[in-house]
Design a protein around this ligand. Sequence first.
Ligand code: THU
Length: 127
Amino acid sequence: MEKEKLVELAYKASEYSYSPYSHFKVGAALITEDGSVFTGCNVENSSYGATICAERTCALKAVSEGHRKFKMIAVVSGSNEYTYPCGICRQFLSEFMDGDGVILVHDKNKGIKEYTLSEMLPEAFHL
Ligand code: THU
């Protein structure tokens, strides 16, 4: 699948964002090694701490349906700047993505930027 398409799916997923506290809508879409695609949005909670980011929603949907090898993930938001995965999500993704797995971020004016997971999370922790 093209990168543009994955970004588009991430935007579509962001429409389902449940973010009544931050009003910050985030969407993610990932593709697995076998070409399956999963999407997710951030889901907030009144306790704040129980909030789940879009990337982890998306990853959990994939893993809970038997897909453990991610090739690429796109992360977008309603803001006018690039939105990067938070530290917890980078670590979470590293469980299911190799260091050369691709993370796409998108800005409506500047377009797609591309990173490898090891660029975003050098020396990732693994047991
Ligand atoms: N958020 C994500 O969904 N992904 C990130 O990588 C960063 C933050 C969400 C969590 C919360 O719902 C909102 O953005 C503001 O922090």
